[in-house]
Design a protein around this ligand. Structure first.
Ligand code: HEM
Length: 430
């Protein structure tokens, strides 16, 4: 196996070199397949927005990794299925429904603050696992209602972790150009874990429907007329797309604050001013928490939860003067774009002030944590509100400090994680 593929299998970030952070476009032919990487904002707009239909199809790696679990779920579907389902799924977390969805986040944040309050000062917590459970709790309660979601969250999280462990990192056969109809070992290995998640979710849907449709997803399905299997696939898609991304954004936020005392003090002081160091943040508080928002946004710039948007060209296209043949893997990497020398001043520095009110708006398509164009994340407002509410609620009462000798190292698989765990020391604010 070529060295580059071996590296990519361990950590997708390892494939970039210094030039990747300066070039407008990379045309890589050292892999068995041609891979085009678009860094230039105008080229990104051309491919993912102006010529979106040619770049609608996800890469074969992504499809093979997720198909056993998501079936025709929105994250990996394309063509007519994607077109029909997109408005149905988009409605579930539409900004106009946000005020009704945020109380779940506020309630879970309050429970987390109580749980942290029971820990002795100086305890070491795994911030990655904590935020993973937090986000799973929020999305499960949002999808299935508070009663069912609460009991199901842990079950779905552990099955999902088993699934991820089985699909591994990258689908080497697809990188080598092996056609889609050849079954992948990863798919076969993951099938049992996928069935387990599917049966848990089927049970939740049945229980939610028989117990009165109090949850937003059940209500949305009732309105949209989606069939049972499609509904289940979209429920799992929302769980998957909505929980690990937000969890990673929050974990990186805590990591960056643990290393930056000045920003940490600003977020803590703001939270105490707005929430009095006692209550959890609500929907109306969010506009009064500019520091919490700026820190989350800057964390997603430095550590975008989805570091790579990979497509397989569906039709021939021309982007930035390059001919792209059908089948070419075309990548937009928020990781590269967010650290690109042409786009950002001191790109590797943590400077939340870039996102405070009054700061210049980043140039178009230089800040793309939620992607762009017709396939933009449907949960972007939901995810951002959730992260701000969790951070502000907890940061008013606690700070997380580094554990000497432990460093966080970014590892990119489907999402960008700080390794397998992020141990930090919990301190009460006095
Ligand atoms: C901080 C949190 C989040 C981040 C950074 C994020 C990021 C993204 C990105 C980059 C994509 C596009 C992936 C690609 O094109 O390959 C995406 C798609 C998607 N996201 Fe999110 N996401 C977040 C939270 C959420 C939440 C909370 C939900 C739902 C509750 C959600 C639902 C979706 C769905 C359904 C798609 C597929 C859209 C489509 O293909 O049409 N996301 N997300």
């Amino acid at each position: 196996m070529p060295v580059l593929l071996r590296e990519a299998r361990r950590n997708l970030l390892a494939i970039w070199n210094a030039d990747s952070y300066r070039a407008p476009v990379l045309d890589v032919r050292t892999l068995p397949r041609r891979v085009v990487v678009l860094n230039d904002p105008a080229a990104i707009q051309e491919a993912f927005a102006a010529q979106a239909p040619a770049f609608e199809r996800k890469s074969p790696q992504m499809r093979h990794a997720l198909e056993p679990l998501l079936g025709d779920g929105l994250f990996i579907s394309d063509g007519l299925v994607w077109k029909r389902r997109r408005p149905q799924v988009q409605r579930v977390t539409h900004p106009s429904r946000l005020a009704g969805l945020v109380p779940v986040m506020t309630a879970v944040a309050a429970e987390w603050a109580q749980a942290w309050d029971r820990l002795p000062d100086g305890s070491v917590v795994d911030a990655l696992a904590e935020m993973g459970r937090f986000a799973a709790e929020v999305i499960c309660r949002t999808l299935f209602g508070s009663r069912l979601g609460h009991a199901a969250a842990a079950d779905v999280v552990s099955s999902f972790a088993a699934y991820q462990a089985r699909i591994g990192n990258t689908d080497i056969l697809s990188m080598l150009g092996v056609p889609d109809f050849i079954p992948r070992l990863t798919g076969l290995r993951a099938a049992a874990a996928a069935r387990r998640i599917q049966s848990v979710v089927d049970g939740l849907i049945a229980a939610a429907l028989s117990g009165g449709a109090e949850s937003s997803l059940v209500a949305a399905m009732a309105e949209s007329g989606m069939d049972q299997r499609g509904f289940r696939n979209e429920a799992i898609t929302l769980f998957m797309a909505g929980h690990e991304t937000t969890a990673n954004a929050l974990a990186w936020t805590w990591f960056l604050l643990s290393e930056n005392a000045a920003a940490e003090a600003e977020v803590g002081a703001e939270s105490r001013r707005v929430l009095g160091g006692a209550r959890a943040a609500t929907f109306d508080d969010v506009e009064r928490l500019p520091w919490a928002r700026a820190v989350v946004e800057e964390a997603m710039r430095l550590y975008p939860p989805v570091p790579l948007l990979a497509r397989q060209a569906w039709a021939p296209a021309e982007v930035a003067g390059l001919r792209i043949e059908t089948g070419t893997i075309t990548i937009v990497s928020p990781w590269l774009v967010h650290r690109h020398a042409r786009n950002w001043d001191a790109p590797d520095a943590f400077r939340p002030a870039r996102f405070l009110p009054g700061a210049p708006t980043p140039a178009r398509h230089t800040y793309i944590p939620f992607s762009l164009g017709p396939r933009v994340c449907t949960g972007q407002h939901f995810g951002l509100y959730e992260a701000i509410i969790a951070l502000a609620t907890l940061a008013g009462r606690f700070r997380l400090r580094p554990v000497p000798g432990r460093r966080a190292f970014p590892v990119a698989r489907l999402t960008l994680r700080p390794g397998e765990a992020l141990p930090l020391r919990l301190e009460r604010r006095r």
